[in-house]
Design a protein around this ligand. Structure first.
Ligand code: BES
Ligand code: ZN
Length: 880
């Protein structure tokens, strides 16, 4: 018998809790294998709850040691305690005090949910439902309580004792132990609880809020890593200032602590006043972190900090509202990064992420609305749809009502709902009131899954001097949603005249237009512009103003024109991408027909123009030179996908570009003239991105110096960005001395696990045909650790999601490797396993031979009797 699917939780079944818990007093006596947690809860009936109503608390793998009611023992027959539930059958008159003592084994906690140890440091992860692994509780986000946490531990093992809020007391105890008491005055849901205890280095700074309050800032890391915290601290201070400037939000405790741990399921967590981070999003120095790492750290530090208002002060009523905090906070961190760096470059990066992660999710078996209506395991709903599409919906809202009213709506939201657990409806109402608009139809973006396909065809009538755009929209059917209603789609646009300038146009007929935004809200709309003197080129969906697929037929000349002339940098990039994509699809088809295709001149020309365009900064030029990923091409093709043919198409294009533009590319590939040291700022990163992108083409060209240039960059670079770029070329292009390079890299970085993650990842993503066997061998490498999520992701997740030809190898070995690994990892850490399993989500789009092999690997996983809820949920939905 296979494991049961967990019961469905439905939005429509939401009921407020019968009881609330006003305060939580925790006393945690830390011990590696036997930690005692004593929790005293002051419990009260909610209005409407009849006296004596049973109190049901959540638990998960708990061992109960003691229970007391108002200080007195409780009769055996008046409660019932299981590992996953506590029932108090007839509670006394309220308010009453319930004391529960549980015993935990942090060392045995391999799920990394609840209280566990990472390299000897005690830490917690409670979102979404981890607090119930610490004590019995009403573990739901609409139960807000004031927490006081007393920690007790060995003073030598754990000199640092941290919890949420402000420190109120410390002291020494007998037997070499000591304690600390932390009090958090802000009522919060249990998922924001955290504690940390260990022997950690402290990096400190201070911040003064706009209203003059002093805040202590601390970052805690393992000893020896403290010299890599500077960038994170700098990012934190900039985030705090930015939230004041951009949204008027100040910090609200005496101290803000960040702890970096090396074993963490996610990226980072916004626990009130005590953020806990995967150390990959804290630690950086030029020697071991890439420019991308620096940008990620800045964004993740900001994201978790911004949750203090969007998530913590105002939280979610239930987990269906997850996008209320995540989508909004992603939007906020995107805006922050845009202000810190280049706005167009950030927008392009975000859209690339959306298209590569969220679009396939929305087009496959795991599709769900931004606000789901049903789930079996909430951990599986921290998805690209909730996060990235959720952020796009907030962005569209801003586009529709304008920046000023958007800010007014958010101010109202902060004002009205501070201290509450609320809903998407309440959020939208604030904007309806502030902007005096009706958002009923707009709210469909939260309800409907699937990516709308927008079609646009335009016609110029020289006699009547009209320009007509026929627009259409449709959402393809997705699981559980056969039909859909037209969405409200804001399309930012411009009509570009022959000289490249945007035409001044009067409002057209056929659609509502506000400024340069046209609203498409029906399934078909003909929009006509009058008094257009000559045929313009339509630049549509500027800045990617809505998360849709745009089908606009543009001639290659129009695309080349847009690539060179559009005043919108996003659409310039998009025009290049469209040309490249079209040709990659064509080259793939020819490859499959057994022909030896050649790259089209359009592509060669548009790349040549981008290379010479002095109006583009380095980062944008690097982006223009970046070919669509193989996964992107697969998505575009949509069915009967042959990853090998796509890979070949890309090689053909890469070689052609490299050979044709060799001279210019060689010039760019030389990179910045090593004046001054490394700096992680956006302009310097842009220079390195361009140089490394150029080197990628030179390496594929017939240039006899190609290898030497790559080797030289690898051997002589003084920073990880360049070293890793070169190593990747050496390994992925199977260049001479690649093994020597890998050995040198390992010798240099073997004591740095984040740098070694890159070593594993580089090998796992190699398109070489023996990569499956390499990965299998690396799983036996002394540095491989199946208990460390970062290492598992570096080797297996990057293989499954970043190596389309070898994961989908025609003999099925890649699928088998991942299926086997999922089954192994699932026993230890279900969250990491179920994430890995989602890499199968596009299996039905593969060619028949490959999809049959993928299906049999999935069935093998599905037939396992002891599958976790997490993996059971993913495999069931993936196969359905
Ligand atoms: N609240 C989440 C962390 C989280 C995710 C907890 C899933 C439990 C389950 C946090 O704010 C978050 O979103 N972290 C992201 C990084 C962020 C920059 C998008 C993550 O961990 O990937
Ligand atoms: Zn978040």
């Amino acid at each position: 018998m296979r494991s049961e699917t967990a019961p469905a939780i439905r939005l429509e079944d939401y009921q407020p809790s019968a009881y609330c818990i006003d305060t939580v007093d925790l006393n945690v006596e830390l011990n590696p294998t036997a930690t005692r947690v004593s929790a005293t809860l002051s419990v009260r009936r909610q209005t409407g709850t009849p006296p004596g109503t049973p109190l049901l608390l959540d638990g998960d793998e708990l061992t109960m040691v003691e229970i007391r009611l108002n200080g007195a023992p409780v009769a055996e027959d008046s409660f019932c305690a299981d590992s996953d539930r506590l029932e108090l059958k007839a509670p006394p008159p309220d308010p009453f005090e319930l004391t529960l003592v549980t015993e935990l084994n942090p060392d045995a906690n391999t799920k990394l949910m609840g209280l566990y140890r990472s390299s000897g440091t005690y830490c917690t992860q409670c979102e979404a439902e981890g607090f119930r692994r610490i004590t019995y509780f009403l573990d739901r986000p609409d139960i807000l309580s004031v927490y006081t946490t007393r920690l007790e531990a060995s003073k030598t093992d754990c000199p640092v004792l941290l919890a949420n809020g402000n420190l109120s007391e410390t002291g020494d105890l007998e037997g070499g132990r000591h304690f600390a008491v932390w009090h958090d005055p802000h009522p919060k849901p249990a998922y924001l609880f955290a504690l940390v205890a260990g022997d950690l280095a402290e990096v400190s700074d201070t911040f003064t809020t706009a209203s003059g309050t002093h805040v202590d800032l601390n970052i805690y890391v393992e000893h020896g890593k403290d010299d890599r915290c500077g960038w994170a601290m700098d990012s934190l201070k900039r985030s705090m200032r930015w939230d004041e400037d951009a949204f008027g939000r100040e910090y609200d405790l005496e101290v803000f602590n960040i702890v970096a741990v090396s074993d963490f399921n996610m990226g980072a967590m916004e626990n009130k006043g005590l953020n806990i981070f995967n150390d990959k999003y804290v630690l950086a120095d030029p020697e071991t972190a890439t420019d991308q790492d620096y940008a990620n750290i800045e964004a993740v530090i900001a994201h978790e900090y911004f949750h203090n208002w969007t998530g913590n002060r105002i939280t979610c009523r239930d987990w269906f509202q997850l996008c209320l905090k995540e989508g909004l906070t992603v939007f906020r961190d995107q805006e922050f990064s845009s202000d810190m760096r280049s706005r167009p470059v950030k927008r392009i990066a975000d859209v690339r992420l959306l298209k590569s992660h969220q679009f396939p999710e929305d087009a496959g078996p795991l599709a769900h609305p931004v606000r789901p209506r049903i789930y079996h395991e909430i951990n599986n709903f921290y998805t690209a749809t909730v996060y990235e599409k959720g952020a796009e919906v907030v962005r569209m809202l801003k586009t529709l009502i304008g920046a000023e009213k958007f800010r007014a709506g958010l101010d109202l939201y902060f004002d009205r709902h501070d201290g509450e657990a609320t809903t998407i409806e309440a959020f939208l109402t604030c904007f309806e009131e502030a902007a005096e608009v009706d958002l009923a139809r707009f709210s469909l973006w939260y309800e409907q899954a699937g990516t709308p396909v927008v079609t646009a065809e335009s016609e110029y009538d020289p006699d009547r001097m009209t320009f007509t755009v026929s627009l259409g929209q449709e959402i393809p059917p997705v699981p559980g949603q056969k039909t859909s209603k037209p969405a409200v789609i804001p399309l930012r646009f411009g009509l570009i005249g022959p000289n490249g300038d945007d035409l001044e146009v009067s409002p057209p007929s056929g659609a509502e237009v506000a400024g340069d935004v046209l609203i498409l809200d029906k399934s078909h709309q003909d929009v006509t512009f009058e008094n257009i003197a000559s045929k313009p080129v339509l630049s549509l969906l500027r800045g990617f103003s809505a998360p849709v697929r745009l089908n606009q037929h543009l001639e290659p000349e129009d695309l080349a024109f847009l690539a060179a002339q559009d005043s919108d940098p996003f659409n310039r990039w998009q025009a290049v991408q469209t040309l490249l994509m079209r040709d990659l699809v064509r080259l793939t088809a020819l490859t499959r027909q057994g022909q030896a295709p050649t790259c089209s001149d359009n592509v060669i020309d548009v790349i040549g123009s981008a290379l010479l365009d002095t109006g583009l900064d380095d980062a944008l030029r690097a982006l223009a030179l970046t070919l669509p990923s193989e996964a992107d091409v697969a998505q575009e093709i949509g069915k009967d996908v042959d990853p090998d043919a796509i890979h070949n198409a890309k090689s053909v294009m890469r070689n052609a570009i490299g050979n044709t533009h060799l001279e210019t590319l060689r010039k760019f590939s030389a990179g910045p003239s090593g004046d001054g040291g490394y700096s992680p700022d956006a302009a310097s990163a842009g220079k390195r991105a361009l140089a490394n992108r150029a080197l990628y083409y030179v390496a594929a060209s017939t240039d006899p110096d190609g290898f030497d240039l790559v080797w030289d960059r690898f051997a002589s670079s003084d920073n990880m960005t360049d070293r890793l770029a070169a190593l990747t070329l050496l390994v992925h292009d199977a260049m001479p001395k690649r093994d020597e390079a890998l050995d040198r890299y390992r010798n240099r970085h073997q004591d740095n696990s984040l740098a070694m993650d890159k070593w594993f990842m580089t090998q796992a993503t190699s398109p070489h045909h023996d990569t499956v066997e390499k990965v299998e061998a690396l799983m036996k490498h002394p540095l491989y650790d199946p208990g460390n999520p970062n290492r598992v992701r570096a080797l297996l997740q990057s293989f499954a999601t970043g190596n389309p030809t070898q994961f989908a190898r025609a003999d099925g070995a890649g699928f088998e490797l991942i299926a086997e690994s999922v089954l192994e990892i699932d026993k230890r850490n279900p969250q990491v396993a179920s994430r890995l399993l989602t890499s199968f989500r596009s299996w039905r789009a593969l060619d028949p031979q490959r999809s049959a092999l993928a299906e049999s690997a999935l069935l093998r996983v599905s037939s396992c009797e002891e599958l976790s809820r997490d993996s059971r949920d993913i495999v069931d939905r993936t196969l359905q």
